[in-house]
Write a protein that binds this ligand. Structure first.
Ligand code: HEC
Ligand code: HEC
Length: 459
């Protein structure tokens, strides 16, 4: 071999060796030290700590709750279950801007009114169920109208009748979706799927103490539930069971099934610097730094469980007396300063549950993020064609509404220094992906093979 060739070979070897070092994980760690130091400092500053999973629940209670979650026997017309709208295969939601209850058929994005004269949209986007069983989660719904803890007691739209013997707000929750006529109970005169009268249909939505025993009886009268009930509540006669037992069981199931705390971000919080990619770290630095996201999307689950107005497009049916507007928290407290405030959503598994915002205004995660960067621009340029055609025409973009929304927008929507550019937004998107627990991508295991009532699982 000539000297020149030897030199060339040496050079190549050095080059290959150097490339190997540069691309080796060890070198990457050294190189990313700086952002890790800064990011860990920011996380500490914002008091973002690893999230404690809730303690495991009694397997017999969970198994009862699992069946009830998918069960249509508990619905007035035996035609809808919790899982119709909280589909475990669709990020625990339904892929609809506003969910469709009575008078609709089909699953997920295909669910449509079936020409039924009673068809009504529910006023809001279906909330996901991830991690609602963690200890600090005491505020439910987009507007916080149900909640509490064992210490403070529980409140709900059923007050003063709200039972108190629950483990947490999630376990208290199921007393509510079973009662509204447009959601699970059905309207007067409507027969059930067998053409039989629905014994709950003549009551009103406010008749909680009359509806609950009828729902409970649907379960206790069904032979398929005898063993499940006996296992879940040993020592109690079926006649001693009430809606709080049904609700507690469904809550225990939701807690077990939808706790999702094994995302790359969780692993990073637990100390593993290699859990996040470089762009995810850049995104996290923006989220907890310059872009100020963490002032509302606070803590390990990215929510302060508090209410803020970020001037979400007023599109869709709206809710209550203010329709076609939705005043959110303002309609609950009656305080003008709470108008258009909604509970800060947790961003865990966020990529699995489009569309976004309380009314599903945004089909794409990126657009939901971009809205925050300049709400005025976002409202001016909002494209209502991204939501279902029946709702697209209901975009309130008159000057009065837009001014009302923008004049009280939360000052925490604030970027420090120069505005974010496209690659910053991409980094934020990459950070959002780091919030997904891979186990949540396949939830088929939790779906029962068949229902104790014998009713079909499919919608
Ligand atoms: C017709 C669709 C539909 C059905 C059926 C339904 N839900 Fe929901 N669910 C929603 C919508 C929409 C929201 C948000 C409503 C709001 O905030 O105003 C919601 C909210 C929730 C929340 C609150 C989550 C949070 O972050 O605060 C829980 C928990 C929940 N549902 C559980 C259930 C259970 C359990 C059942 C069955 C007993 C059920 N849902 C039946 C559509 C539905
Ligand atoms: C002033 C408080 C506040 C700040 C700051 C904030 N958000 Fe939000 N964010 C909210 C609220 C409130 C909503 C729900 C709005 C609604 O539904 O009308 C929301 C919604 C979202 C959603 C959609 C979630 C869903 O389930 O529909 C995403 C994604 C999001 N925010 C990401 C971000 C990012 C990224 C930043 C930083 C650039 C940020 N947010 C800054 C309060 C805030």
């Amino acid at each position: 071999m000539s000297l020149r060739n030897v030199k060339r070979l040496r050079k190549t070897t050095v080059y290959i060796a150097l490339s190997a070092i540069i691309s080796s994980p060890a070198f990457a760690t050294v190189k990313s030290d700086f952002s890790d130091k800064k990011l860990r400092h920011l996380l500490k500053y914002h008091q973002v700590k690893p999230v404690d999973a809730p303690a495991p629940r009694d397997p017999a209670l969970v198994e009862l709750g699992r069946n009830l979650f998918f069960e249509k026997e508990v619905a007035g017309r035996r035609n809808i279950s919790c899982a119709t709208c909280h589909n475990p295969l669709l990020g625990s939601a339904d892929s609809q801007s506003q969910s469709r209850g009575q008078g609709a058929i089909g699953l997920g994005p295909h669910r449509r009114g079936d020409g039924d004269e009673f068809f009504q949209f529910l006023p809001r986007n279906t909330l996901s169920l991830w991690n609602r069983g963690v200890e600090e989660w005491d505020t439910m719904f987009w507007d916080g109208r149900l909640g509490g803890t064992t210490e403070t007691g529980f409140f709900s739209p059923a007050d003063p009748f709200t039972p108190q013997n629950f483990s947490n707000a999630l376990s208290a929750f199921s007393i509510i979706p079973l009662t509204p006529d447009e959601e699970m109970r059905g309207f007067p005169g409507q027969l059930d799927v067998f053409g039989q009268p629905n014994e709950m249909s003549e009551l009103t939505n406010a008749d909680f103490p009359l509806i609950w025993p009828l729902v409970t009886a649907r379960v206790t009268n069904e032979e398929g539930y005898d063993e499940l009930l006996a296992d879940a509540f040993p020592g109690l006669e079926e006649s001693e069971l009430d809606i709080s037992h049904i609700s507690e069981a469904i809550g225990a199931f939701m807690e077990e099934a939808f706790t999702a705390l094994n995302s790359p971000f969780d692993r990073y919080l637990a100390g593993d610097n290699s859990a996040l990619s470089k762009s995810q770290k850049r995104g996290a630095l923006l989220f907890y730094g310059r872009a100020n996201c963490a002032s509302c999307h606070a803590g390990g689950l990215q929510t302060d469980l508090d209410f803020h107005n970020i001037a979400a497009p007023q599109v869709g049916t709206g809710r209550g007396d203010a329709a076609p507007l939705d005043l959110g928290r303002g309609a609950i407290t009656g305080n003008k300063e709470d108008d258009f405030k909604f509970r800060t959503p947790s961003l865990r598994n966020i990529e699995l549950e489009s569309p976004y915002f309380h009314n599903g205004a945004y089909a794409k995660l990126e657009d939901a993020i971009r809205h925050h960067l300049n709400p005025k621009d976002a409202l001016d340029n909002y494209d209502a064609n991204q939501i279902e055609p029946e709702l697209a025409g209901l975009f309130q973009n008159d000057k009065v509404t837009i001014n009302r929304l923008l004049s009280t927008v939360d000052p925490a929507l604030y970027i420090r220094g120069k505005p974010l550019n496209d690659s910053d937004v991409q980094d934020l998107m990459d950070f959002m992906h780091a919030l997904t627990d891979p186990a949540s991508l396949n939830m088929l295991d939790i779906v029962p093979d068949k229902l104790p009532s014998g009713l079909p699982l499919a919608d």
